[in-house]
Design a protein around this ligand. Sequence first.
Ligand SMILES: *Cc1c(COP(=O)(O)O)cnc(C)c1O
Length: 339
Amino acid sequence: MAVDFNWDEITFSFYKTDNMFVAETDEKGVWKEGEIKPFGNISIHPSAAVLNYGQGLFEGMKALRAADGSINLFRPLENGKRLNNGARRLVMQEYPPEKFVDAVKKVVKANIEYVPPEGKGAMYIRPVLWGTGPVLGVGPSAVTTLLIFVTPVGPYFKGGMKPIKLKISKDYHRAAPRGIGGVKAIGNYSATILPGKIAKSEGFAENIFLNAGDDESVEEVGAANFFAVIDGELHTPELTGSILPGITRDSLITLAKDKFGMTVRERHIPYTDLPKASELFCSGTAAVITPIGSVTIEGKEHVFNNMEVGETTKKLYDMLTGIQTKKEEDPYGWIEPID
Ligand SMILES: *Cc1c(COP(=O)(O)O)cnc(C)c1O
């Protein structure tokens, strides 16, 4: 099958591919062998726990074509482990992380022609874990389903990195202390749809959400982790339980310390500290590293680095994407080839 894509036109939206992976447990929660199936609609019980009570998780990963033509994943085992943390929190069956990586590779291979050429984007991989058994009262489903689909996406920054404008959300929180903000539970994201829509209507790219307990410390940007460069140090919110522990976040902390000798502080960052920063950016699989050019705090706009990409932001971006595309050495074993 020849794929007829205009690789220069693809954006971050869903394009149908050929195949998906599906695995399911039996009623006792024992995994049956998963398989590659043609991509298509699925049939689900109307009383399924995922549909009625949000017993669902997702992951987000990318397969990238490197300079040498090979196709690689980035730290996929970490996604498998994080999915299992979420499964424990939402009382679903865990899936063995090594088998998870295997399944991801199978789906990428079964859709290999949809991996964009180097520099034209990535194959975005979306694993979901759902409670698919019927429930009526709130409680765990007996059956868990793992489904993995993929779609090609364009580069996040068309025509170069562009700093975004954000606002501090004073009207809405993303996740509650001791809630489910620390896992990729689907309900966390429905909570951000309205504030995200409002922010966009006001001309912002997204919200910066504050901790719901103190209403003061910075947590995250929509679905990306937050970083600030203050006095030449790299600061990022400490993982409080309501922040999603990003794999990009973890990788950047390592690179900042190891490759650039920076002091990294994971701490409580009151939003009132932000004007002290020389650079701000956010990070995630989809956004990679996105520079933040301005933050509006209670109606007042604070501009960072003249709305230009900062030096630290740029060097971290170049190092991370360099490792991901094998232009830089990978001493950490982060790159996992699709063989
Ligand atoms: C997925 C996600 C991130 C980024 O995690 P990565 O592993 O770096 O992709 C950050 N914050 C939230 C809320 C997320 O859902």
